[in-house]
Every structure is written in C-alpha cells, then in structure tokens.
Design a protein around this ligand. Structure first.
Ligand SMILES: [Zn+2]
Length: 244
C-alpha cells in the first residue's frame, strides 16, 4: 500500500463504484471487478464479491437498471475498476439500444501496458473475438484534459498510477463537493503521509497527482473519497443510501 514499505503480504481492501444520478445523465464511475474474470485469469487467492455487490444488484438497490445508465466512466482500465462495464451495455448494438445515442464510454486510459495485458485476458464472446478494444464497451470515447461532463460533475486528470487516470468531483446541493480519488490515492494514510502506493506506471507523476488531489480538495473544500481504504469504507454511505 505504500511505495517505500515494499510488499507487505495479503491485504483485503474495498473497491467502489459511484452512481451519479443527474438531470443530464446517469453516470457510473468505475464498476469494480468481475469475480469470474478474477478467478479465471489473474487467480487472486481469495477475492470476495457477494451477489449483492455486483453492478446490477447495486443499481437495483438504488432503484435503477443497468439499461438506464447513460455513461460509464472508468478512472482507468485496471481490472478492479472496469469489471462491471459488461452490465452497462445500452450501447451494445442489438442487445438493448434504449440509450444508444448517449451511451458512450469515457475510457480514461491511453496506451497503458497493463491495460493491454488485461484486454487480452478478458473472456471472449462470439462475434467480439478479435476486437482490439474492450469488447464490453464497443462504443467508447477517450478523453484528454480536465472535463466538466455535466453541470457540476468534473473529471480531473490524475495520471501516474496508470498512463491515463481520472478522478471525479461532484458538486452537490446539501454538502461539500465529493472528490473520488480512484487510484490516485488508495487511502487516507497515503494522503496524510503524502506517500503514493506501490505499483505505479509513473511514480513521479503519481506523486504529482497526489499533490493535485490535495490542492483540488483545498481549493473546492471537497471531501476526498479513497478508492481502497478499509478504514474509511464503513463510513461511506452505500446503496441504497445516497448523498444529495
Ligand atoms: Zn484499484
């Protein structure tokens, strides 16, 4: 979990996905991992994911169906952040085109070697075999630079963990803005120590992005939500709970 602490053995951490229900669209930021994919490919020793922790079940808890999601946004394309993309396929021609016009995928990744490796190991589906892109998200956009993708919904570039990476900030009526770090900052302790986690594509850039997160939080008086923080996790409101 810390660059200078080395590999310290098994450590179980949570993974989040965020639904933003907005008048301009329904956005899901990161979709967690797919347990079958994990078991079949990377073979982690003891991944845990209950049926209720899948994207369809979490959306159901919040009162939605996957077909109602207009946009999936991936902070980056590591397997614990895009494994549930396959459920949100309103854009997949011939499957459910209810939201075809809007269902673009904002893939924040650009040419990362881990990404390429993971795509090769994804399970193939009939007609999709041989696709060079993510078979679960046949329509996608790659973004560059900071973006306001809907009123009050911002993507900030925080590269380093991977070659391309976005953190999400959402402004709400009744509380401080929420800044979802994704893997630009795993835990509160990383932030407090200003120490990046191990396993970065570009450690210097990752350190810069950690500083950027801190600066953004100060500038916007935003609360940072850490991607893989077992201590913070119980304090976060989870579906069917929400922030407004
Ligand atoms: Zn991650």
């Amino acid at each position: 979990m810390f660059l200078d602490a080395g590999l310290t053995g098994a450590y179980r951490f949570p993974v989040y996905g965020v639904l933003v229900d907005h008048e301009e669209g329904r956005f899901v930021f990161d979709t967690g991992f797919d347990i079958e994919h994990i078991r079949n490919t990377v073979g982690w020793t003891d991944p845990e994911q209950t049926a209720e922790q899948t994207i369809p079940a979490q959306l159901h808890l919040a009162g939605f169906r996957p077909e109602e999601i207009s946009h999936v946004i991936n902070s980056h394309y590591h397997l614990d952040h895009c494994g549930g993309n396959k459920y949100c396929k309103a854009c997949d021609d011939g499957v459910s085109c209810l939201r075809a016009r809007n269902a673009t995928i904002a893939g924040a990744e650009r040419g990362d070697p881990v990404l390429r490796g993971e795509l090769r190991t994804r399970p193939s589906r009939g007609a999709d075999q041989g696709r060079a892109t993510d078979m679960f998200t046949p329509r996608f956009e790659t973004l560059k630079g900071d973006q306001e993708i809907a009123s009050g919904v911002f993507l900030f570039e925080t590269a380093g963990h991977t070659a391309g990476h976005y953190s999400l900030m959402v402004k709400l009526k009744n509380r401080r803005p929420m800044l979802f770090a994704a893997d630009a900052c795993y835990s509160r302790q990383n932030l407090d120590l200003m120490c990046i986690q191990a396993g970065n594509h570009d450690p210097a850039a990752a350190r810069g992005s950690l500083q950027r997160l801190k600066d953004l939080a100060e500038k916007h008086d935003a609360e940072i939500f850490f991607s893989h923080d077992a201590d913070s996790w119980p304090k976060y409101s989870r579906a069917p709970g929400f922030y407004s």
